[in-house]
Each structure stands twice: as C-alpha cells, then as structure tokens.
Design a protein around this ligand. Structure first.
Ligand code: NDP
Ligand code: MG
Length: 393
C-alpha cells in the first residue's frame, strides 16, 4: 500500500474527503495544492505538515506564505507550483482539482513515476490519448476515483483479465431534473441545479450532473481509461445510485459493483488498492431498498450527453473544446451571467465551430482550450449586450 500523498485540489469536496481518509489510514501528506482558499489550506497545512504547498492564485500564495512563516513549509504559486506539487511529492498524486488545468500536472506526475488517483475527469476528457500513452510508456498505475470508473476498475480487478471485457454499462442517477423536459428546465437557478438527489459534490460537477454533461464526460473518461470504443459503452439511468457501474464480459456474464452512494468508498479504494481497509460506510440495506430501477437516458431533453458521445466518436480536439466551453458556460451560469439551457447551446456551438480532427499534441489541446474559452466569453458578452439593449429600449 502507498504511504504518502500529494493532494491537488485539497480544499474541495474530493480533496477534503481524501484528507479525511489520509487521517484515518495514517498516510503521510507531503504536498497540498489549491486555487485560492488559503483559510482552509492553512488549517490543513498546520494539521498535516506537508513539505510543500501550492496556491494557484499569486496574491493568495503570498498571503499564505506570510501566514505559514513560522513553519518549515515551502509555498509556491501558479501553474509551476501546481506542477511541482504533482511531480516531486507523494507515492500517489490525488488529482482532486476541477477542470482542464489538471492535465499538465497529471502528465508531470506520471513522468516522475508516481501513481495517480484520478478524480479529475477533465484530464482524460481533454488529453485522454496523451495520458494513456504516457501511462503505458512509464508503467504508471491510474486508479480512478470517479465512482463509476472505480466500479468498472474493481470488476476488472476481480476478473483479473481485461481482454475479455466486451462492454461497459455506466450508470447515472439522472440528476436533479430527471424526467423533466427542456421547457421545464428554462430559468432554473444555480441553487436549484446544484441540489443533487444522491451525491454531495462541488458546484461545477453538480451543474454537470444536472445537465447530464457529467455522464458525457464520464463516457469519454471510460473510453480512454479502459481502452474501449464509444460503441462499447452504454449509459443507463439508475436513480438509486446503488449499482455504480457494470462490466459485461465476452461470455455474457455481467459484473457490477454496488454500494451506498458515498464518495468515501471509491476514494478509500484508490488509496488502499490493491488492499481494502475497514471503514464505517455501511453496505446498502437491500430489503429496505426493495427495488432498483433502470431507464434509457433521455438524449433529447439532456442533449449534453449526446454531444459528449458525438465528441467521443469524432476524436481530435472535439472533447477538449466541449469541455472548455462547458467549464466557461457553467462558471457563467453559477455567477448569473447565463442561463441553464445556454450551457448546451454554447458547448454545441463551440464544438461545431472549433473542433479539429486527428491526433493532437498537448500544445494543440491547450490552444483549442484557450481559443474555446475566449469564444464562449465573447458569446456570453454579446448575449448580455443584446439583453441590455432590449431592457433599455
Ligand atoms: P470542488 O469544486 O469541490 O473543488 C475543486 C478543488 O480544486 C478546490 O480545492 C480548488 O481550490 C481546486 N482548484 C481549482 N482550480 C485549481 C487550480 N488552478 N490549481 C489548483 N487547485 C485548483 O470540486 P470537486 O471536489 O467536486 O471535484 C474535483 C474533481 O473531481 C472534478 O474533476 C470532478 O469532476 C471530480 N469528481 C468529483 C466528485 C465529487 O463527488 N465531488 C465525484 C467524481 C469526480 P479552491 O478551493 O482554492 O478554489
Ligand atoms: Mg461519477
């Protein structure tokens, strides 16, 4: 079992739960990284005494450096600090930060031979081919933290031989708007969108769960992680979130991993793999549950899922463009600058205008990401200008 960690995104939902697990499992925390929440980061640094802390935002990094002046902890900032936290510390790097910014540090950690506990699905959505090629080249183990992928990973670990994997069935709860049609989702507020029925998560992934973009991102994540084609992945809506996903083998047998919907389970599995450690999470009470339900996903009223499936088939930079547009649009929705249904429209428009086919380098992916963010920003500004004009006239 691994002994030490570097936690990227330590102040977020997955990051704080990872530190809870580290405390319980007695794992040493060698590095911590966050964007700007230095209040929590200082408390975490004082408790876990890492050697290194990275704060992405420069001003916040300076403030934390002053606050930790009485300790031996080194504080760095920007993309360089984040990369250093991934490259030089911990047997295992937990990528619990949100967004495409996770790609470079993950590649750096792999080059340095560190195990990856991967929560940051955007890394594989944007640079899946590059990441999986580097994993092969360096012999890096990537242990998924995302519950669906952890489920498939556990099924494959139990089976022992990946070659007889025929298909993957990804389950999804359907999110807070399951059963609704587009017209009913017009005008939903951020507060309403992030109220997920089964999981408590960060704001961005909660909105992604409401649009089903999260399932789309997971579709692409699964394709890369398990080396399957889009045609080998099926998405099924399972509102109870008890079956976390399933693997179908060549002989027609299906293996599933079950558990209560609690991220503690996949986080602990990623940290203790290939072992399992005692935890206080109870197994599901099946008699109490009575029934489990399964439905086809509604691709008409949740077009983000269909868009992601199409991007997976198209290849090239399509997934990176979709992801960047989605990140920008979700941030704009959360800050009240655009509405819920515009998230899909902006992502669709960006994908159709900016995607290019073929194998892409890291630089090309980053360029597509940059260009897409500028495009979405301009589209939102244009739209707001138009609304303002209509109000005033
Ligand atoms: P949160 O929004 O709760 O936390 C995000 C974390 O990333 C924070 O620590 C934030 O720091 C940090 N961060 C953001 N940008 C940067 C940056 N540029 N440099 C360094 N740190 C940064 O997200 P979640 O924990 O919900 O999700 C994290 C990832 O895990 C996402 O990719 C998500 O899709 C995935 N995931 C999450 C699940 C969940 O249950 N939450 C389930 C499965 C996957 P700060 O606090 O300072 O802003
Ligand atoms: Mg998931």
């Amino acid at each position: 079992m691994i002994k030490s960690l570097s936690v990227l995104g330590c102040t977020g939902s997955i990051g704080t739960q990872t530190l809870d697990a580290a405390r319980q499992l007695g794992l040493r925390v060698e590095a911590l990284a966050a964007h700007s929440n230095i209040k929590l980061l200082e408390a975490q640094a004082r408790e876990f005494k890492p050697r290194f802390v990275a704060v992405y935002e420069e001003e916040a990094a300076r403030a934390l450096k002053r606050a930790l002046a009485d300790t031996e902890i080194a504080v760095a900032s920007g993309a360089g600090g984040l990369k250093d936290a991934a490259e030089h510390f911990g047997d295992c790097v937990v990528t619990a930060l949100s967004g495409a910014v996770g790609l470079r540090p993950t590649l750096a950690a792999m080059r340095a031979g560190r195990r990856i506990a991967l929560a940051n699905k955007e890394t594989l959505v944007c640079g899946g081919s590059l990441v999986m090629a580097r994993a092969k080249e360096t012999g890096t183990e990537i242990i998924p933290v995302d519950s669906e992928h952890s489920a498939i990973f556990q099924c494959l670990a139990a089976q022992g031989d990946r070659r007889c994997l025929k298909r993957i069935i990804l389950t999804g709860s359907g999110g807070p708007f399951r059963g609704k049609v587009l017209a009913e989702m017009e005008g939903v507020t951020p507060k309403r969108a992030i109220r997920h029925p089964n999981w408590k998560m960060g704001a961005k992934i909660s909105v992604d769960s409401a649009t089903l973009m999260n399932k789309g991102l997971e579709f692409i994540e699964a394709m890369h992680l398990f080396g399957v084609s889009p045609e080998q992945i099926e998405v099924i809506i399972h509102p109870e979130s008890i079956i976390h996903s399933m693997a179908v083998f060549d002989d027609g047998c299906v293996m599933a991993q079950l558990g209560v919907p609690d991220m503690k389970l996949p986080i602990r599995y990623a940290l203790t793999y290939p072992e399992r450690a005692e935890s206080d999470v109870p197994a599901p009470d099946f008699a109490q549950l009575g029934k489990l339900h399964f439905f086809e996903p509604d691709l008409t009223n949740f077009p983000c899922l269909k868009l992601a499936m199409d991007c997976a088939k198209f290849g090239g930079t399509a997934s990176a463009v979709m992801n960047a547009a989605n990140e920008k649009a979700v941030a704009a929705f959360l800050s009240g600058e655009t509405d819920f249904l515009s998230i899909y429209e902006l992502a669709y428009e960006a994908v159709s205008k900016l995607s290019s086919p073929g194998q892409s380098s890291l630089e090309e992916i980053e360029e597509a990401d940059f260009e897409t963010r500028a495009f979405v920003r301009a589209r939102i500004r244009e739209e707001r200008g138009r609304e303002q004009f209509l109000i005033e006239n």
